[in-house]
Design a protein around this ligand. Structure first.
Ligand code: UQ1
Length: 450
């Protein structure tokens, strides 16, 4: 057809055709691109990054792909300290590209669909990634929108409703403390599993200390409303925390679940889980909310991968998937019944690594995770109770002293040493939790405590 056109027109037509073809060719591969890797790590947070570092260092360059859409990697354990004005938000993150290991390939997209029968994950950018082994490390998703009125309250100015859990809102928490001079300061814990279950009360203790320092304490009631039937799951620390709450005149209400926020009236609505159907309203001058959380939809929607609650259905010791032996999970998205903390992910990381390497070699993975988690319960601007425990909720303490006591040393460890340990060791794949340190220090423990 071109041959019948005059010369100039013919050239124009070819140019147009070439341009269209070039555009088509440059976009098409992206839309239908196929990628392959030996190990795909979904999620570049605490567990994902630690695993990518370990695996890429052992397997070599370009064997590991990390699928992670975010630009920033936040050190979330710092968020309670930001809430108390002890750290700034800028100190809590680094660029994702600087944290992920250089030997792994980062695809800055999110997972859209898991197909474990085909060993494939499709992405938001139209890619299909085929893997030999899969590590799921997506964490949990925050569901502020599940509580009517809450998002509006968090986002409107001057409502004095805040939350340390999201990088979007954490910066405002200290502002809320500073704006509170009298009335009820209410702190909540939702009716579902959450990450860092100590944080909702840590921020209450920090707030109490703040109001005392500012000589406002006499005019502010501190109320901790938790959906749980206990103040803390481990008896030894629960006893210590009840003493802290009593000594500091903090009201603790158990089985109280936040169901609605009415920012126009500064009213929070709670249900009493011990008496179904009973609701009551409480006025606040400041409200700190820990949001409901769930496993990410993308995982929960892939039924063969998950348990009834939507978490990746892995063996609680080996962290290997119960049905797909080439799939592992680490951190908050796993179905394991441990407390969801960075320390738990640290202790899980050598187990996932060794069991995955064994599976690659065709052997069964024999490493077992004991459910270790640790929670530095910051109780103010200079004290901390360092809770450490396992699946049985038995204390598993690292240091040769009574960790249920509030201590300055543990506060400094949390505030100053943990961020260094996290960035310099854990993110490079060199921190497996404190088990080795515990064994060394056990020499110093009195016999009865060993
Ligand atoms: C820990 O391993 C860890 O993960 C990196 C934390 O998160 C930041 C912690 O807060 C704690 C306390 C531990 C456990 C470490 C020691 C030295 C007890």
């Amino acid at each position: 057809m071109n041959r019948r056109l005059p010369g100039t027109l013919r050239n124009c037509s070819r140019l147009l055709h070439d341009a269209t073809l070039t555009r088509f060719l440059s976009t098409t591969p992206k839309l239908f691109e196929r990628q392959e890797c030996q190990v795909l790590v979904v999620g570049g947070g605490t567990g994902g990054c630690a695993m990518a570092a370990k695996l890429s260092s052992r397997l070599g360059s370009n064997k590991v792909i990390v699928l992670e859409p975010e630009e920033k990697h936040y050190y979330q354990p710092m968020f309670t300290l930001i809430g108390g004005g002890m750290k700034r938000l800028e100190q809590s993150y680094r660029k994702m590209g600087d944290v992920l290991p250089k030997k792994a390939r980062w695809i800055q997209e999110s997972a859209l669909n898991f197909d474990p029968d085909k060993n494939e994950v499709s992405t938001s950018g139209g890619k299909t990634i085929k893997y030999d082994f899969l590590v799921i490390a997506t964490g949990m998703q925050l569901k502020y929108e599940k509580i009517p009125g809450l998002v509006e309250a968090l986002e409107a100015p001057k409502t004095n409703v805040c939350s340390i859990y999201s990088p979007k809102y954490v910066d405002n928490v200290y502002g809320c403390l500073r704006n509170t001079y009298r009335g009820n300061a209410i702190f909540t814990f939702p009716h579902c599993p959450i990450k860092c279950a100590g944080a909702p009360q840590k921020i209450a203790y920090i707030a109490e200390h703040y109001f005392r320092k500012m000589s406002r304490r006499d005019n502010v009631n501190i109320i901790y409303n938790t959906s749980l039937p206990v103040i803390f799951g481990v008896k030894q620390y629960a006893d210590a925390l009840w003493k802290v709450a009593k000594k500091r005149n903090i009201t603790v209400n158990l089985s109280r679940n936040l169901v609605e926020v009415r920012p126009q009236d500064s009213v929070a609505v709670f249900e009493d889980l011990a008496k179904p159907g009973e609701r009551y309203e409480e006025g606040y001058s400041m409200l700190h909310v820990c949001p409901p959380m769930t496993a990410p939809d993308v995982i929960a929607n892939c039924k063969p991968l998950v348990n009834e609650a939507g978490f990746v259905n892995v063996d609680q010791a080996t962290l290997q998937h119960k049905k797909y032996s080439n799939v592992f999970a680490i951190g908050d998205s796993a179905s394991t019944p441990n407390s969801k903390t960075a320390a738990a992910a640290a202790a899980q990381s050598p187990v996932v690594f060794k069991n995955l390497m064994a599976t690659i070699k065709g052997r069964p993975g024999k490493e077992a995770y004991d459910g270790y988690a640790s929670c530095p319960l910051v109780t103010g601007y200079s004290t901390c109770i360092l809770a450490e425990f396992d699946y049985n909720l038995t204390p598993v303490e690292t240091f040769p002293f009574d960790q249920a006591k509030e201590r300055y040393s543990m506060f400094i460890m949390k505030k100053t040493f943990m961020p260094i340990l996290y960035w310099e060791l854990m993110m490079r794949g060199h921190w497996n939790g404190p088990a080795t340190m515990r064994k060394v220090l056990s020499i110093l423990k009195p016999k009865s405590k060993k």
